[in-house]
Design a protein around this ligand. Structure first.
Ligand SMILES: Cc1cc2nc3c(=O)[nH]c(=O)nc-3n(C[C@H](O)[C@H](O)[C@H](O)COP(=O)(O)O)c2cc1C
Length: 143
């Protein structure tokens, strides 16, 4: 059983729905999932993760500010070589994905084992599941 840690923020619920769908897929496969908002996530939580996911929406062609801020705090964590991936909820451009993934690769020197995914905003969980499932399956296969 792997310890999967997710840190994300969501202003209007779309990213939260993605996290809920992913968490269900991971727990259904027998893994432990801890999902944190930026304020709740501590360096020790990240270091304890077997797989670390960072996610956040794009607002005004940028990553949501609360996630940008917490990326400074996470610089104190020893994440070198840690397996992980990024995800983003978006409307039309989705710059948040690249910002997260670049930081994970270049600043934290994480091992990005699965390419990040952008999920188009929708209230429909079934649509999210269809998009997220192949991504989650790749993560599961890497554990
Ligand atoms: C004021 C505003 C600005 C936005 N700017 C962008 C943008 O620049 N690019 C984009 O892809 N989506 C943009 N979006 C769409 C959001 O990324 C999308 O709704 C996302 O699912 C929000 O996630 P959340 O509900 O978790 O906060 C914007 C939405 C709003 C309300």
């Amino acid at each position: 059983m792997a310890n999967i840690v997710i840190v994300y923020d969501s202003l209007r619920g779309n990213t939260k729905r993605v996290v809920d769908v992913m968490s269900e897929l991971f727990t259904g496969a027998g893994h432990a999932v801890k999902a944190f908002k930026p304020k709740e996530a501590e360096v020790a939580d990240l270091e304890a993760a077997d797989f670390l996911l960072l996610g956040g929406p794009t607002y005004h062609k940028d990553l949501i500010n609360t996630m940008k801020q917490v990326l400074f705090k996470f610089e104190k964590a020893d994440l070198k070589g840690k397996p992980g991936a990024a995800f983003a909820s978006f409307g039309w451009s989705g710059e948040s994905l690249g910002i997260l993934e670049d930081t994970m690769k270049n600043l934290y020197e994480m091992n990005i084992v699965v390419d990040g995914i952008k999920i188009k905003q929708t209230p429909v969980a079934a649509k999210i599941k269809k998009e997220v499932e192949p991504f989650a399956q790749k993560i599961l296969a890497s554990l």
